[in-house]
Design a binder for this molecule. Structure first.
Ligand code: ADE
Ligand code: ZN
Length: 349
C-alpha cells in the first residue's frame, strides 16, 4: 500500500498553510524576527502538541503563527509545503490561509498574500504543482471583521479563488456569517466552510443551506443524521476529511473508530487531507498510510479516495479527467490482478 500511496498523483483540498509551520522553521523565524516562543527544543514542542480539543490546539497554533512577519517568511513557509507536496506526489493543492491571524498583529494583507502567491507561482513553474488559494474567516471574530477582511481581499481577487470559515466551531455556527458569505458569492468567490468537526450535524445543514458552500471541511458528524447523509450522497457535496487531525483533537477516539470509509462506501464524496500537518503528525501520505493500517483500507478504496480528491477540487472537468486516467493507469500497472471495475467515481464507474 505504501508504494501505491506514494505512486498515485493526489490533490489536497484542506490544508492550512499556517499549520505547515514545522518546529525547525518556527525556531529559525523566531530568532530572525526576535519573536518569543514558549519552547527551546523540539522535545518541548512535542510535549506542548498534546491536544485535548480543537481550542487547545488553536491556542498554540495562533501563537506559533506570530513568528511569521515578512513576505519572505510567508514565501518560505509555503515553499516548504510545496517541496513536501513534490516528495509526496501531490500534484494539485487548494491552500487555506487566515489573514486575520496576521492583520490583527499589524502584518499587512499584501505581505501575506504576496509571500504565499509568489511561492505558489514558483511551485507551478519549477515543481509543476497547480494550486488555488482559499481565504478563511476566523469564526471566533465578528461578521463585521469578516466583512473588513473581504474588502481587503477584493484587490487580490485574481489570486484568491474561494472563501472559507475556520477556527473555534462550537458557539460560532455558520449562521453568524450568512451575510458575508452572500456578499462573497456575489463577488464570484467559491465557498467552503469547516462544519461538523466538533459541532453537531446542524452546523453542516447551516453551512449548506445558509452559506451555500461548495464543499464542507471535515463534516464527519454528518453520520448523526440519516436525512443529511442521503442529502450529501444525492448532491455529492464533498467532505474534506482529515483523519490524523480528528484523532489529535479527540473528535474521534482512534483511527479504528473513524467513519471515513463507511461514508465513502455509502456513496459520499469524501477526500483525505492533512489539515495542519506540522501539528498533527503527518502530511497527506501519512494520513493515507494511517487509514491503511488503522482501518484496513483496501487498494480499491484508496483509488476511490484519490480520485475523489480531484473530483471535489475546483479544477476544470477536463483537468479532472486527465488525472482520473493517470490514476487508473498507475493503479493497473502496480496491481495488474485488481479489477478496475470496482467503484471508482460514484455513481458512474
Ligand atoms: N484552523 C486550523 N486548523 C483548524 C481546524 N482543524 N479546525 C478549525 N480551524 C482550524
Ligand atoms: Zn481545517
Amino acid at each position: 500500500m505504501k508504494t501505491l500511496i506514494r505512486a498515485l498523483p493526489k490533490a489536497e483540498l484542506h490544508l492550512h498553510i499556517e499549520g505547515t509551520l514545522e518546529p525547525k522553521l518556527m525556531f529559525r523565524l523566531a530568532e530572525k524576527n526576535s519573536v518569543n516562543i514558549p519552547y527551546d527544543t523540539v522535545e518541548e514542542v512535542e510535549r506542548a502538541y498534546q491536544f485535548t480539543s480543537l481550542q487547545s490546539f488553536l491556542d498554540i497554533y495562533y501563537k506559533g503563527a506570530h513568528v511569521l512577519i515578512t513576505e519572505e517568511d510567508f514565501f518560505d513557509l509555503t515553499w516548504a509545503y510545496l517541496l513536501k507536496c513534490k516528495a509526496q506526489h501531490i500534484v494539485h493543492t487548494e491552500i487555506m490561509f487566515d489573514p486575520q491571524t496576521h492583520t490583527q498583529r499589524g502584518i499587512t494583507f499584501q505581505t501575506v498574500v504576496a509571500g504565499i502567491t509568489r511561492a505558489l507561482e514558483a511551485g507551478k513553474e519549477e515543481l509543476r504543482i497547480s494550486s488555488f488559494l482559499i481565504m478563511s474567516f476566523l469564526r471566533h471574530l465578528s461578521q463585521e471583521d469578516a466583512f473588513t477582511t473581504l474588502a481587503e481581499a477584493l484587490p487580490f481577487k485574481e489570486q484568491i479563488l474561494a472563501i472559507g470559515l475556520d477556527s473555534s466551531e462550537l458557539g460560532n455556527p455558520p449562521s453568524k456569517f450568512e451575510e458575508v458569505f452572500k456578499a462573497a458569492k456575489q463577488h464570484g468567490f467559491k465557498l467552503v466552510a469547516h462544519a461538523g468537526e466538533e459541532g453537531d450535524s446542524s452546523y453542516i445543514w447551516e453551512a449548506i443551506r445558509l452559506l451555500n458552500v461548495d464543499r464542507i471541511d471535515h463534516g464527519i458528524r454528518c453520520d448523526e443524521d440519516r436525512t443529511l447523509l442521503d442529502y450529501l450522497v444525492n448532491r455529492q457535496i464533498p467532505l474534506t476529511v482529515c483523519p490524523l487531525s480528528n484523532v489529535s483533537l479527540h473528535t474521534v477516539k482512534d483511527l479504528a473508530h473513524h467513519n471515513i470509509l463507511k461514508l465513502l462506501n455509502r456513496g459520499l464524496l469524501v477526500t483525505v487531507n492533512s489539515d495542519d500537518p506540522a501539528y498533527f503528525g503527518g502530511y497527506l501520505n501519512e494520513n493515507l498510510e494511517a487509514l491503511s493500517e488503522g482501518l484496513d483500507m483496501q487498494a480499491s478504496e484508496l483509488r476511490h479516495l484519490v480520485k475523489n480528491s480531484f473530483k471535489a477540487s475546483f479544477l476544470k472537468e477536463e483537468e479532472k479527467e486527465t488525472f482520473y486516467q493517470k490514476i487508473d493507469t498507475i493503479y493497473k500497472a502496480l496491481l495488474p490482478s485488481e479489477s478496475i471495475t470496482s467503484p471508482g467515481i460514484y455513481p458512474n464507474s
